[in-house]
Design a protein around this ligand. Structure first.
Ligand SMILES: *[C@@H]1O[C@H](CO)[C@@H](O)[C@H](O)[C@H]1NC(C)=O
Length: 527
């Protein structure tokens, strides 16, 4: 070989070296928001004041954050809930009185966080937190004049079209009940007994409010359309193959974005443990990687199956503002429960529902913090995803292979990358409140001229726990083309959701989405 060709071939080799994707080249970026939140968040919710409420359980022993002087609890003087200010990353301890272990929650129409049940002294408790701005000192309030009809441990809450909340299931409670409480108390829901197996597998059922006003309820491998007014099963869906999907075999589930005339709703259920892993206390049984997707509102619904790039248990599915779904957190082996998983799945994957089967999943940049049992993921108003918790131990334990995790991180999907900043719009004007069916305008500004439609999408703020975000939904509004309004501004005509079946009353993050890139959201009240 002469010198020139030697030179050329080594250039070629160098080029090869530099174009082989390294880990850092996969889409998405990670950042550490809080090195020590003081508590491991088992339940997380984002409020309309751009704070996050982190909530653990009260019987877990000392956390890493003390309550203010003179504010001790029955068991100790440690915080088991904190408020994280997303603008400053400052933490403020909150005082939760009774045990919230494996409880459930939902935002009410006025923006108050309703929180129900738990273990021990919290089994039948109802609590509220009216969130506040950073100069105020809101805190948990326990309702003393009312309690749940039945204990609710591992139940799922869903806000309903009229703004009340249904509480579905729980350990030893195969019933539903409502908040505010209704006269008949707990009502038997036999579907939950039918789906209970020898290792349960019917807990934390996946509940989605369909736009036809019924609930889609999924437990174990089965699902039904449930008329919660008459307490009737309207439709039974085919069994989803691929093993149990609910606690303790958690996969996760979302309802895809509601759009168009809102007559259709598709549900996706992904991942889960193999049956028996929990019974046998197996930490290394490979997780399932299958997803089922079903058009829940069709005459003859069928599960369409697809495989994720990884098997995953305890993944969280997060509805992103553009309608894509982020699957993040969890493990590739084991099951839910204390000390029962291994092989953390550090790569999030993006599920793009509009792509053809086979092209829907994209592997994203891996994180470095294993988030296994008792971890959470929540969409933030700036389009990032907040990650908290992981505590596979009965108490706090920092010397283990998968320690109690007090770090809070944010994952930024690729839509926030710098090279897409020039299509990221800024919402300049949006109403603070909109009425069902009403028309309103959103004004945005943007660097590059707008081509085509800028979507206006409403994202609920769900209550995330145990790999499922209770009350999560994304509603895409009918919009007009963006009309230039001078100075790089554009005016978009929008129609509010037609009613509470499509979007139950409450506060939503309104995102303007341009070419898949979301703006920072503004909170709007829909009623
Ligand atoms: C915060 O909330 C309190 C109580 O509602 C209110 O008096 C105060 O003006 C608010 N502060 C800011 C900065 O919005």
């Amino acid at each position: 070989m002469d010198n020139v060709s030697l030179y050329l071939s080594s250039c070629f080799l160098l080029l090869l070296f530099y174009t082989t994707p390294a880990r850092a080249d996969l889409p998405g970026t990670w950042e550490l928001l809080v090195p020590d939140a003081g508590i491991a968040s088992m339940h997380t919710a984002v409020t309309r004041f751009n704070t996050a409420v982190l909530l653990d359980r009260t019987n877990i022993g000392p956390s890493r954050k003390l309550l203010p002087k003179g504010h001790c609890l029955k068991r100790d003087c440690y915080a088991h809930s904190v408020q994280l200010d997303l603008a400053t990353n400052e933490l403020r301890p909150l005082k939760i009185l009774t045990d919230t272990w494996c409880s459930s929650g939902q935002f009410l129409p006025d923006g108050t966080l309703l929180q129900t049940g738990g273990d021990l002294d919290g089994f039948r408790k109802i609590r509220k937190l009216a969130p506040c701005n950073r100069t105020s000192f809101c805190d948990w309030e326990e309702l003393n004049d009312v309690e749940l009809s039945q204990g609710r441990w591992y139940a799922t809450n869903q806000i309903l079209p009229d703004g009340s909340v249904i509480i579905v299931g729980g350990r030893g409670s195969n019933t539903v009940e409502f908040f505010p409480p209704r006269k008949n108390g707990a009502v038997s829901f036999p579907f939950l007994s039918q789906t209970e197996d020898t290792q349960m597998d019917n807990l934390y059922p996946y509940v989605h409010l369909l736009p036809n006003g019924h609930l889609f309820v999924f437990a174990n491998t089965n699902s039904v359309m449930y008329d919660f007014t008459r307490h009737l099963i309207v439709k039974e869906y085919p069994k989803l193959e691929g093993g149990p999907r609910n606690y303790p075999s958690a996969g996760s589930s979302v309802m895809l974005a509601l759009q168009g005339d809102y007559s259709a709703a598709e549900i996706v259920v992904c991942g889960g443990a193999q049956y028996g892993a929990f019974l046998m206390r197996s930490t290394d049984t490979p997780a399932h990687g299958s997803c089922g997707r079903i058009l829940a509102t069709s005459e003859n619904p069928k599960w369409e199956m697809e495989d994720m790039p990884f098997g995953r248990i305890m993944g969280d599915m997060v509805m992103l503002p553009n309608g894509d779904v982020l699957v993040i957190n969890g493990a590739m082996s084991g099951t839910q429960g204390f000390e029962l998983a291994s092989n953390p799945c550090l790569n999030p994957v993006l599920y793009r529902p509009d792509q053809p089967v086979g092209l829907r999943f994209m592997v994203l940049n891996p994180g470095s913090v294993p988030r296994l049992y008792h971890s959470t993921a929540n969409l933030l108003p700036d389009g990032r995803v907040l990650l908290a918790g992981s505590n596979p131990h009965v108490l706090y334990r920092f010397d283990a292979e998968f320690p109690t995790e007090l770090r809070v991180e944010a994952f930024s999907p690729d839509y926030l990358s710098a090279d897409r900043a020039n299509v990221r719009v800024v919402i300049e004007e949006v109403p603070e409140t909109v009425r069902f069916g009403g028309s309103f305008d959103v004004v945005v500004s943007v660097g590059l001229p707008v081509v085509g439609i800028v979507e206006v999408n409403l994202a609920s703020a769900p209550f995330a726990t145990h790999s499922f975000s209770q009350g999560q939904r994304l509603v895409k509004l009918p919009v007009t083309s963006a009309v230039p309004d001078g100075d790089g501004r554009y005016r978009i005509g929008c129609r509010a959701p037609p009613g509470g079946r499509v979007a139950p009353p409450g506060y939503y993050m309104a995102f303007a989405v341009n070419q898949g890139v979301p703006s920072v959201a503004r909170w709007i009240h829909v009623s």
